[in-house]
Design a protein around this ligand. Sequence first.
Ligand SMILES: Cc1cc2nc3c(=O)[nH]c(=O)nc-3n(C[C@H](O)[C@H](O)[C@H](O)COP(=O)(O)O)c2cc1C
Length: 149
Amino acid sequence: MYLIEPIFLEGLVVKGFGRGSKQLGYPTANFSENAIESLPKTLRNGVYFGFANLDAENKIYRMVANLGYCPFFQNTQRSFETHILHDFPTDFYGSLLKVAIIDYIREERNFTSIDCLILQIENDIKLANVKLDKYQLSAQIYQKFNIES
Ligand SMILES: Cc1cc2nc3c(=O)[nH]c(=O)nc-3n(C[C@H](O)[C@H](O)[C@H](O)COP(=O)(O)O)c2cc1C
């Protein structure tokens, strides 16, 4: 099952708390607050997967993301944290990030330990890859990312 249509979000990458790379081993790119406010109000908090494009490069990466308050870390601000499934040599604060949200995986939740959260993220990535293997990239996604199909 996929969302009826992909949901697109774009904005500059701002600094989060930096725990994604340091504590989890899964660096996440955070969107500015106004980018998050542009999301449909009905989009529920939780873990999503889809595609990402950085700085108008001619590349489409896969991504997993968490929307919400990260109950494990008890954030007070809602965030959309994107983990791009690619090893980047440096961070990319200030870059223009575009994402296409394809579908929902699960609710965000609390965990008894950071290792349990890490295991869950590994499973989220496996599931996202299985689903995206079967997903046909649409012309709309190429268009939004400004990439020739
Ligand atoms: C795929 C994925 C799923 C996540 N699921 C949860 C979750 O269920 N609960 C939670 O508290 N944090 C979850 N996180 C962690 C946060 O979204 C975020 O990465 C973490 O708080 C570090 O953010 P920071 O780098 O801004 O400090 C998840 C992260 C990813 C990439």
